[in-house]
Design a protein around this ligand. Structure first.
Ligand code: NAD
Length: 444
C-alpha cells in the first residue's frame, strides 16, 4: 500500500535527484492529530467592499483559536477572502487585488478559502461574477505547492452563522486531501448549532457505518468513534472477525448483515431501535466493484454492483426515514467516487451506481431538510487501500500523480470529510458532493 515513489523523494538520494530531473515531488501533507493547533500560523482575512461575511468569520476564526490578521505578514497559514461583496464581473478585480500580493506567502499545507454567494440564488451580473469564482479557486488549487489547498464556500444569505464547522474543517489538517472543492452552506437549511465540545462533537450520537470491517469503512468507524459517537459497525457475515476487531477498537457494536438482503432494511431498523433507540448518522460506505468492459459484463456483475452500491442504500434510507428510526436532525452520508463523475473504462456498472449516489443526494436534500436532517456524499479519488494496491502499477502511478497534490489520499481523509458532514454544527451543509481526491485531473 505504501507509495514507494513518495518515500524515495524523501530519501537523501531522492532529495538530490528529484529536483534535478524535474520529477514530481509530492509534499508530506499535514494531517490531524488531537491537540494540534487549528492552524500553524496566522490567517490573513480580507473582503470585497460590501461583503456580509467578514465580521462573522473573524469571530469564528477567533473562537477556533486562530490568529487573524487584517494586514499581510511574511508568511500565512491561510488566506481567507469574503467575496460576497462581488456583485459584478468588474469587481472580480477585488479578488486579484487581495490574493496577488500574498499568494506566495502561503506555507506548507496552507489553506486558501474564498467565500461567496451561491450563484443560483443571485441574479444577473452578481450571479455571473459569483460563478466566476469557481474558475479562480480551481486554478489557485493547481498553482499552490507544498500540500496547500484552495476551496470555495458558497454561503446562502441568512446562513452566515452556520459556516463555522465548514471553515474549521477546511482550515484544519482534517481536509488534507480535499482540494479545489465548491461547497454550499445554507441553501436548504439556514441554522446550525455548535457542539458543546468541538473535540467530541458527536458525543451521545449513534452512527451506523456499513462496510466497516476494513479499508475506508474501518477508518470512518475510528474517526466517528474518536469524535464521540457510538459506532454500529456493519458488514457481511464473512467479514465477521475483522468487523468485531473494528467495533471493539472504537468501543462500538458490530452487526453482521448483508445490506442487499430483502429483509435488511427491516432488520436494521429493528436492531437500531431496540438496541440504540434509533440512529443519528448513517454512512453508506459498503461498496463493491465487478469490473468488465460493457460487452463482457454479465447480468450478475451489473446487478450485484447496483444492488450493493445504490439500490440497497435507497431501501435502507426509505425505511429509516419512514419509521423515524433516523432521528430528526439525522445525517445520511453516501460514498460516491470520482468514477461516478468522470466515468471509467471497465466500470459502467460501478460508475452508474456511484453517479446514482449523487442522484440520491440531489433527490434527498430537500426531503431531508424537511425532516430536519441532511444528506451529502463524498466522492473519493485515489485512496491508498487494498483495493487500489491491486491496481496495475502504471495505472496506480497515474492515479496518484495526476492530481494537484501528486499523491493518493488515505482512508482517514475520506473519514474526516464524513465527520464534518456528521457534525451537529454542519446542519446547514446539505446536498453537497465533495471530492476527496487531491484535485485529481480525472473528471475535473
Ligand atoms: P473495501 O472493499 O475494502 O471495503 C468495502 C466493504 O464493504 C467490505 O468490508 C465489504 O465486505 C463490505 N460490503 C460489500 N458488500 C456488502 C454487503 N452486501 N453488505 C454489507 N457490507 C458489504 O473497499 P474500500 O476501498 O474501503 O471502499 C469503501 C467505499 O469507498 C466503497 O463504497 C468504494 O466504492 C468507495 N471508494 C473507494 C475508493 C478507493 O480508492 N479505495 C475510491 C472511490 C470510492
Amino acid at each position: 500500500m505504501a507509495d514507494r515513489y513518495q518515500q524515495f523523494t524523501k530519501s537523501p538520494v531522492g532529495k538530490f535527484v528529484v529536483p534535478k530531473l524535474g520529477l514530481p515531488n509530492p509534499a508530506t501533507l499535514r494531517r490531524y492529530k488531537p491537540g494540534q493547533p487549528a492552524l500553524e500560523g496566522p490567517a490573513l482575512l480580507g473582503a470585497a467592499p460590501g461583503g456580509r461575511l467578514e465580521k462573522v468569520i473573524e469571530a469564528q476564526l477567533h473562537r477556533a483559536g486562530i490568529e487573524v490578521l487584517s494586514t499581510a505578514a511574511d508568511k500565512h497559514a491561510a488566506l481567507v477572502f469574503d467575496a460576497t461583496g462581488v456583485k459584478d464581473p468588474k469587481q472580480l478585480r477585488e479578488v486579484y487585488n487581495f490574493f496577488h500580493p500574498v499568494i506566495r506567502s502561503v506555507g506548507p499545507s496552507g489553506r486558501v478559502v474564498v467565500l461567496g454567494t451561491p450563484p443560483e440564488l443571485a441574479q444577473g451580473h452578481e450571479r455571473i461574477a459569483q460563478r466566476a469564482l469557481e474558475g479562480f479557486v480551481r486554478s489557485v488549487g493547481k498553482e499552490l505547492k507544498r500540500g496547500a489547498t484552495a476551496q470555495l464556500v458558497y454561503v446562502a444569505e441568512g446562513a452566515e452563522e452556520a459556516t463555522e464547522s465548514t471553515l474549521r474543517f477546511l482550515l484544519s489538517a482534517k481536509s488534507a486531501f480535499v482540494d479545489a472543492q465548491v461547497i454550499r452552506v445554507g441553501t436548504e437549511t439556514k441554522t446550525a448549532s455548535a457542539p458543546a465540545d468541538w473535540t467530541k462533537p458527536l458525543e451521545g450520537k449513534v452512527a451506523l457505518v456499513t462496510g466497516a470491517s476494513r479499508g475506508i469503512g474501518a477508518a470512518i468507524a475510528e474517526v466517528l468513534g474518536r469524535d464521540g459517537a457510538h459506532v454500529v459497525a456493519l458488514d457481511i457475515p464473512a467479514q465477521g472477525a475483522d468487523l468485531s476487531k473494528v467495533a471493539n477498537k472504537v468501543g462500538g457494536s458490530s452487526l453482521q448483515l448483508d445490506i442487499t438482503a430483502a429483509d435488511a432494511p427491516e432488520k436494521l431498523a429493528e436492531y437500531l431501535t431496540t438496541r440504540h433507540g434509533g440512529v443519528d448518522i448513517v454512512v453508506h460506505n459498503a461498496g463493491i466493484t465487478r469490473d468488465k468492459t460493457l460487452g463482457n459484463m454479465t447480468e450478475g456483475g451489473w446487478d450485484s454492483v447496483i444492488a450493493v452500491n445504490l439500490a440497497s442504500q435507497l431501501a435502507v434510507n426509505e425505511k429509516l426515514v419512514a419509521d423515524k428510526v433516523l432521528h430528526e436532525n439525522g445525517r445520511i452520508i453516501g460514498v460516491s467516487s470520482i468514477a461516478g463523475i468522470a466515468g471509467n473504462v471497465g466500470q459502467t456498472n460501478y460508475a452508474t451506481s456511484k453517479a446514482g449516489v449523487i442522484g440520491m443526494v440531489n433527490d434527498g436534500a430537500p426531503k431531508l431538510a424537511e425532516y430536519g436532517g441532511t444528506i451529502n456524499a463524498v466522492a473519493p479519488g485515489f485512496i491508498e487501500t487494498k483495493m487500489t494496491a491491486a491496481v496495475p502499477l502504471f495505472i496506480r502511478e497515474a492515479g496518484r500523480r495526476l492530481s494537484s497534490l501528486g499523491q493518493g489520499g488515505l482512508p482517514v481523509d475520506v473519514a474526516e470529510t464524513i465527520a464534518w458532514y456528521a457534525n451537529p454544527a454542519s446542519a446547514a451543509v446539505n446536498g453537497n458532493v465533495v471530492r476527496v481526491c487531491g484535485q485529481a485531473l480525472l473528471g475535473a
